[in-house]
Design a protein around this ligand. Structure first.
Ligand code: 5AD
Ligand code: SF4
Length: 465
């Protein structure tokens, strides 16, 4: 009997990947993904704990699921409700106490054990809580990804966890110690993904450029070397990686193999997300970031020397404990020096259990955080708009991976991660196609396909008729 599985994913791309793999683990038990929670046989909330009120949001979502679960029971069915991901890891059994209708709580390192957890939950003498960091790696035990087509642009998790312990961050506690998958395992997964139609692979890890997986030669390979091997696989047209730490842009022996890969591997896209968090050295030190603002500038210079058209995105935190006006001014200076194509900025929020949360005497008032966030976002938005406008008139290779908003349109991404809309025939889906950029908007570009298909395209004929 087929059963319906609804997974709601919060937070980072790592969670998106994990949700896909949870579906793979549950498929042999008869669970098939569904688009809505109504009437589902299992609901998994794959949660994120990185910023404020994460746990509260999960509890309110769980409250909203209660009536659906009751309706299912009234129909004689059973809806299993599970909380996965980083809130599950952080809250553990507390979730069952506050929301007794939850059947399973499990952390990011345990979902290969889902079949056993489901059996225990169904037998049903109390809920299942699993927040272990098992000795075995889930990657060794997960089934191969399903043969279901996953689209032209896919995620591949190569590294997990973090040993950096930035003082504001929960990740080292929820995701655990750094771990890299062996090279052979990653290459095998990449081959399966491309055989299934993937053209662009985004390598994922909390600290992906700290990758040091065991190579076929028995030695540790860095991310640069892994990327070079991936580029040899037939069908791999694009490679990206996220999220990186500035310290790891240079290898563990100070080598710049990853940086030089940017100049040498044509499939490696010229866009890197490289969080800096702050431009002030005292704040970076208090954050335990292990780099200064000038280290960051130097690394970016080296990356741009290898790949002159490289664009950057970043994460920023404003209002970290002790941040003074001059610290914030240093952040604005850094933003002006680097010039970002895109960025995320957040107000600092104290995460329970992290060192910065107990820097009580130095917390920045909310109003100051608001002000700084607004100033920073204005500057970053202006840089993003300028970056998008510079694309107008260029021809960019665009990988179409979704239908566009309007009929006859496809949506894809250019090399610099910009969303590009264009009128295009259905058959261009999943292909990298040259597109002339005609217009720039705040968050996307629009253009026209530059191939013979553009002329023969039935949709555009319809549109102009
Ligand atoms: N407060 C605000 N932002 C945070 N981030 C991580 N922890 C916190 C926190 N406690 C941001 C960082 C990180 C991104 C994923 O989330 O900028 O790079
Ligand atoms: Fe968190 Fe810092 Fe690790 Fe990134 S590098 S996951 S911000 S501790």
């Amino acid at each position: 009997m087929k059963k319906k599985l609804f997974i709601k994913t919060y937070g980072c791309q790592m969670n998106v990947y994990d949700s896909g793999r949870m579906a793979d683990v549950l498929a042999p038990l008869g669970y098939e993904p569904t688009e809505t929670p109504d009437g589902a046989d299992m609901i998994i909330l794959n949660t994120c704990h990185i910023r404020e009120k994460a746990a509260e949001k999960v509890y309110s979502e769980l409250g909203r699921l209660r009536p659906l679960q009751k309706a299912k029971a009234a129909d004689g069915g059973r809806m299993i409700v599970a909380v996965a991901g980083c809130v599950a890891q952080a809250e553990g059994a507390e979730i069952m106490m506050r929301a007794p209708h939850v059947d399973m709580v499990f952390g990011p390192q345990t979902y290969h054990q889902l079949p056993e957890m489901v059996t225990r939950a169904i037998r049903g003498t109390g809920g299942v809580v699993n927040t272990d960091f098992p000795a075995e790696s889930k990657f060794d035990l997960l089934p191969e990804e399903t043969a279901q087509p996953s689209g032209p642009s896919v995620f591949l998790s190569v590294q997990e966890g973090c040993d950096k312990f930035c003082t504001f961050c929960v990740v080292p506690y929820t995701r655990g110690a750094e771990f890299s998958r062996p090279v052979a395992q990653v290459l095998a997964e990449a081959r399966r993904l491309t055989a299934g139609g993937a053209r662009e692979i985004t390598l994922l890890g909390q600290n992906v450029n700290a990758y040091h997986g065991e190579g076929p030669d028995g030695r540790d390979w860095g991310l640069g070397r892994l990327i070079r091997a991936l580029a040899e696989i037939d069908g791999v047209e694009r490679i990206r990686y996220t999220t990186s730490h500035p310290r790891d842009m240079l290898g563990w022996e100070g080598d710049d193999d990853l940086i030089s890969a940017h100049g040498e591997v044509p499939q490696l896209m010229p866009f890197v997300h490289l969080p800096v968090q702050s431009g002030s050295d005292p704040i970076l030190a208090a954050m335990n970031r292990k780099h200064t603002a000038d280290d960051y500038r130097r690394i970016v210079d080296r990356m741009r020397a290898a790949r002159p058209d490289l664009a950057l995105s970043s994460d920023f935190i404003v209002g970290f404990p002790g941040e003074r006006d001059e610290d914030f001014a240093a952040t604005l200076r850094l933003v002006n020096d680097i010039g970002f194509a895109q960025a995320y900025s957040f107000k600092y929020s104290a995460r329970p259990g992290t060192p910065a949360a107990s820097m009580d005497d130095r917390q920045v008032p909310e109003a100051v955080k608001d002000d700084r966030l607004q100033t920073l976002q204005q500057l970053l938005n202006a840089q993003q708009v300028a970056f998008n406008e510079r694309a107008v008139g260029t021809v960019q290779p665009v990988l179409f991976d979704r239908p566009g908003k309007r009929k006859g349109q496809l949506l894809g991404r250019g090399p610099w991660m910009q969303s590009v809309h264009a009128e295009a025939a259905e058959r261009l889906m999943g292909k990298v196609v040259p597109v002339r950029i005609l217009d720039a908007h705040a968050n996307s570009l629009s253009g026209a396909v530059e191939t013979v298909e553009a002329v023969l395209m039935p949709a555009s004929v319809e549109a102009t008729a």
